[in-house]
Design a protein around this ligand. Structure first.
Ligand code: G3P
Length: 226
């Protein structure tokens, strides 16, 4: 499983990139608002992220009708070679995905909550489909079970004739809220988990790692004084 960072923060992206394990970034309008983003700076901000990340960067359209999604998608795709256009999983979004895919633009279909939605995204040519785990948990449903169903259903079929360049769809486990979501997404076989920076930090840390380090430090003091 690959790790994407789910953020629009340049500082978080720079830090996670330095750890050497980051394969991409996903953003959305809420994440851009969270870093104090302004409309007039949006495209430049996406370009800055793209320059920092050695992999795909999802940037989301904000329109809800197909024609405007396609216009916004073309604008976003022109910003950098590693932009992936994020499109919501609606009927209008499916039509925009097919149109943009036909132009060779990579699409991440977001706000996916069901197997049929995921299959339709794959058939429309999406390069990535993003089931949301945590938002199911928020409404007392099992987000990991839904993710497992989607990963299993997608793995039953060949979608390589649907997207550009024969590339098949990859499942991004999104709305990840804790390290257990990361563990379970990997065991389920999600291709990618897109993880907020605070969760990624928790994934690195383990109390036994810290305890072991303190013991090594203490014993090394004894060695130095022997
Ligand atoms: O990529 C978007 C998705 O991860 C959102 O997560 O925590 O807002 O449900 P969340």
């Amino acid at each position: 499983m690959k790790f994407f960072l789910d953020t629009a923060s340049l500082e978080e992206i720079a830090a996670a990139t330095s750890w050497g394990a980051l394969a991409g970034v996903t953003t959305n309008p809420s994440l851009y608002a969270r870093v104090g983003g302004r409309l007039q700076d949006f495209h430049e901000h996406i370009q800055r992220i793209c320059a920092l990340v050695p992999g795909p960067v999802s940037a989301e359209v904000t329109a809800e009708d197909t024609d405007t999604m396609v216009v916004q998608g073309r604008e976003l795709a022109a910003l950098a070679s590693n932009v992936v256009v994020k499109v919501p999983l609606t009927a209008a979004g499916l039509a925009a995905t097919r149109a943009l895919t036909n132009e060779g633009i990579a699409i991440n279909m977001t706000l996916c909550f069901s197997v049929p939605q995921a299959l339709l995204a794959a058939r429309a040519g999406a390069r990535y489909v993003s089931p949301f785990v945590g938002r199911f948990d928020d409404i007392s449903e099992d987000g990991l079970e839904q993710l497992a169903n989607i990963v299993n259903a997608i793995s039953n079929f060949d979608f390589s004739d649907c997207g550009p360049n024969g590339q098949s769809v990859e499942v991004i486990a999104a709305s990840i809220r804790n390290p257990n979501h990361v563990t379970q997404a990997a065991l389920i076989g999600a291709d990618i988990a897109t993880v907020p920076f605070d969760v990624l930090k928790k994934c690195v840390e383990h109390p036994l790692t810290t305890k072991g380090l303190r013991a090594f430090e203490k014993d090394w003091e004894k060695v130095k004084q022997a």
